[in-house]
Design a protein around this ligand. Structure first.
Ligand code: SOE
Length: 398
């Protein structure tokens, strides 16, 4: 059995989630190669050593460049803030390492284009690259996509996708890296709106052609904090001054797919009471399908082809062995959770590496999402004018 020695760069919330995936996937699925949690990298030696011990990494280190260059590393998993995705991913690909990179792919279209180019060149050498839109790997989401591909809703007329949280409603929440453009690239739009965009394109198999939107920053200044662990570049200590929020808190936009179907999107960190509410509904001439992350083991299906007296949204529990990924876990009715998508991500990446095929979403898929993000920003700067999503190069209005 081939061993794939993995290095993970970063150790925040996604570091915990990805570590769980690397630990669990080989124990629950018969993988064609054995991932080994070799080294975890972080700026603060003490903090990353503690993370290595807690999450099960054999070593910890503080210099990602040195780790990426090591001959005994096969896979680099990037879970850092977006401002370092491009530099690390391109270095890793050029060093012949397979790469898994958290979403959004990058902070700008230019960075995402460079990453997609590097991935294309690396693919010619048998190196794989994947971006971590993990919600695709919730069994119910993949099942919903399969139903649409089989024609269950017929011709798609409309898609509604939203991702709502409320962790920023408190104006005293400090200025973390996710609130600074130079670290995060954008706010709710890129952090959670990217998931809604990827989901809409994934389940429909359609690409967005143009968008019209508005992004807004509700609380424009927040308390500074001294972040000595992850070095987010924030200065000052809690309680001594405020810093400028340079990203959006809410993004609301419409989109038109290449098929002509219309879509409405909402990404908010100010949706009071909504903690992690990712929802999508696809409406067609033969029926409709809906998914809600707060009920993530099921889909709602409305079948217009059923006899009129028994039409209605019905709940399909996606926990049968025949459903995507479920056979690796428990008998029907034993529910999965948020964390299982990270194991499915590892499964698909390892299988892609061994099979020599780029697991989806590829860096090219990540670039497509990045172009939609940038088109929404340009639209918002241009009085929400319809703005074409570039198929190559930069964004064009119109
Ligand atoms: C934001 O709080 C966040 O952690 C996103 O960054 C993740 O991508 C999302 O899955 C959960 O919420």
């Amino acid at each position: 059995m081939t061993t794939l020695r993995v290095a993970m760069i970063g150790h925040g919330f996604m570091g915990a989630a990805h570590s769980q995936g690397w630990r669990t996937a080989p124990r629950m699925f018969d993988l064609p190669a054995e991932p080994e949690m070799a080294v975890i990298v972080g700026r603060n030696a003490e903090a990353v050593a503690a993370a290595a011990h807690k999450w099960g990494w054999a070593e910890s280190a503080t210099d990602w460049r040195e780790v990426v260059a090591r001959d005994d590393i096969d896979v680099v998993d990037i879970v850092t803030p977006g401002d370092s995705h491009a530099e690390i991913a391109i270095a890793a690909l050029e060093a012949g390492k397979h790469v898994l990179c958290e979403k959004p792919l990058a902070n700008t279209v230019a960075e995402a284009e460079a990453m997609a180019d590097a991935a294309e060149r690396a693919a010619a050498r048998g190196i794989r690259a994947m971006v971590g839109f993990t919600y695709r790997r919730v069994p119910a989401v993949t099942f919903l996509r399969n139903l649409i591909a089989e024609g269950a809703v017929g011709t798609i007329n409309q898609v509604r996708a939203s991702y709502r949280q409320d962790w920023l409603v408190d104006p005293d929440m400090p200025l973390a890296w996710r609130l600074q453009k130079e670290h995060a690239g954008s706010g709710a739009l890129g952090d959670i709106g990217a998931h809604a965009i990827d989901l809409a394109q994934f389940v429909t198999g359609l690409d967005l052609e143009k968008v019209s939107g508005t992004i807004e920053t509700i609380v424009k200044e927040r308390p500074l904090l001294e972040d000595s662990t992850s070095g987010t570049g924030l200065s000052g200590t809690a309680g001594v001054g405020k810093g400028q929020v340079t990203v959006d808190d809410i993004a609301i936009f419409t989109g038109r797919f290449e098929s002509g179907a219309l879509a409405s999107f909402e990404a908010s960190r100010f949706a009071t009471g909504r903690k992690n509410a990712l929802q999508i509904e696809v409406s067609g001439d033969k029926g409709a399908l809906a998914f809600d992350l707060e009920d993530l083991n099921s889909v709602q299906f409305y079948d217009r082809t059923a006899p009129a007296d028994r039409q209605g949204f019905r709940k399909i529990l996606v926990t049968e062995a025949e459903h995507p990924y479920v056979s690796g876990w428990w008998p029907a009715g034993h529910m999965l959770g948020y964390e299982h998508g990270f194991s499915h991500q590892v499964k698909d990446l390892v299988e892609g590496i061994v099979a020599g095929t780029d697991p989806q979403p590829t860096f090219a898929d990540g670039l497509r999402v990045q172009r939609v993000l940038e088109a929404v920003e340009r639209s918002s700067e241009n009085e929400s004018a319809w703005t074409r999503v570039a198929s190559g190069g930069t964004v064009q209005a119109g």
